[in-house]
Design a protein around this ligand. Structure first.
Ligand SMILES: C[S@@+](CC[C@H](N)C(=O)[O-])C[C@H]1O[C@@H](n2cnc3c(N)ncnc32)[C@H](O)[C@@H]1O
Length: 395
């Protein structure tokens, strides 16, 4: 087998030197020239290795082209095709109902931001005071600005998005919102980049209390990488709280290549079983559902493309906890809501509503989610107290 240093590079074409592209990139010969040099050094024993190499090369090419096409289509859809949410063809990217408690806060959001809101839920958990919140795919910034209010002047919100046009709207309205909220210093910033690579935007390991996201994961060509990044940046005890479009089945890749079906948040819709597996690989073996609404596809052309597939807007909360089990099991634990937020009740998820001051039996996973024992656990520890046989003394 020839060592790769044997392959000589042809000289750069004249007239190209002054560009931003590196000389090595410019002078790289086409793939077939590598093949000729390689073949002249090859023995018959190398044939299986050659086939493998070819498959890897073609695979990587197709994968990276496919991924960049998806991102380009999404950028174009949200950057220039859609001017406002009135241009959407379906209700998938705006199937958002906002809880009563938060509705009043929308009055303090600028109308230019609101008209470019394309979310499908309301991924804003209670008890954010003082937290660092990361909004993935923040768009024109609606949820980032609401979060800016909820974390308070001492909290921090970082919005990230890859579409310049969306970011420009968010950035142009930071001062307006800070003045409205009475903050001396802006507690929200918007960064340009892709959610598959949060490190490139300087987001460090274990630096975020809560990651929120509204209708964005479905648009990513590499959802596993996005989730890995999220669980990297979350603090222990932190959580991912996101709304997105889910489908009752795995959709064919052709739908992801259709700019309109993809851009309308349907073509890349998440399949819940895949999400469950991806989360479990990251240690999150038990996630909780907060909201669930079926999306009606009223546009006939799009309905014909998606056939019988059913779509749902779900809001999930997924904690970064070391000891979650794959099923809810009873270890004799109880939890009590302390009445810190709403004086009457607190909803951990669809199945767990806690009345203030009244103990209720909970499974081990729920106890872990609301337990004060976790280092870095955010405000839930001041909201609920959990105890039981395994936890020893009541806190
Ligand atoms: C459906 S819109 C939702 C925007 C915002 N969350 C909201 O609720 O209005 C999707 C947004 O995600 C951004 N986006 C999609 N894929 C992304 C990626 N891989 N990295 C960063 N941003 C992405 C798009 O640019 C767009 O602004």
């Amino acid at each position: 087998m020839p060592p790769f240093s044997d392959i000589s590079l042809s000289p750069a074409k004249s007239g190209q030197q002054g560009s931003n592209t590196s000389a090595r990139e410019l002078s790289a010969p086409p793939f077939w020239q590598y093949c000729i040099v390689y073949a002249s050094h090859m023995s018959t024993y190398d044939l299986p290795f050659t086939c493998l190499l070819y498959r890897v090369f073609v695979g990587l090419e197709t994968m990276s082209n496919g991924e960049s096409n998806v991102k380009e289509n999404v950028r174009e859809y949200y950057g220039s095709k859609l001017q406002t949410n009135a241009d959407l063809k379906t209700t998938a990217c705006c199937a958002a109902s906002i809880p009563k408690k938060l509705r009043a806060l929308l009055k303090d959001i600028h109308e230019n931001v609101l008209e470019k809101f394309y979310g499908c839920g309301s991924p804003l958990p209670e008890g954010l005071e003082g937290c660092t919140v990361l909004d993935l795919g923040s768009g024109s910034g609606r949820d980032s600005f609401v979060a800016s209010r909820l974390v308070g002047a001492h909290g921090t919100v970082i919005g990230v998005d890859m579409t310049e046009e969306q970011l420009a709207v968010a950035r142009a309205h930071v001062d307006w919102h800070m003045e409205r909220y009475g903050y001396d210093k802006a507690n929200v910033t918007f960064r340009h980049g892709v959610i598959e690579d949060l490190a490139s935007m300087g987001i460090a390991d274990a630096s975020v209390d809560v990651c929120v996201s509204n209708c964005v994961l479905n648009l990513s060509p590499d959802k596993a990488q996005v989730l890995r990044e999220i669980f990297r940046v979350l603090k222990p005890g932190g959580e991912l709280y996101f709304s997105d479009v889910f489908c009752d089945r795995r959709l064919p890749g052709t739908l992801r290549e259709d700019q309109e079906v993809l851009g309308e948040c349907l073509g890349g819709a998440l399949y819940i079983e895949d999400v469950r597996r991806l989360l479990a690989e990251l240690g999150c073996k038990d996630y909780r559902i907060m909201e669930q609404t079926e999306i009606q596809i009223t546009d006939e052309a799009i309905a014909a493309k998606v056939g019988l597939a059913r779509f749902f807007s779900l809001t999930l909360r997924c904690f970064k906890l070391p000891e979650l089990e794959d099923r809810c099991e009873d270890f004799g634990q109880f939890a009590t809501y302390l009445g810190t937020l709403d004086p009457v009740s607190f909803e951990l998820d669809q199945g767990h509503q806690f009345e203030a001051g009244r103990a209720r039996a909970v499974c081990g996973n729920t106890a872990a989610m609301v337990s004060a024992g976790i280092d870095g656990m955010r405000v839930l520890k001041s909201i609920l107290s959990a105890w039981g046989r395994w936890q020893g003394e009541r806190e």
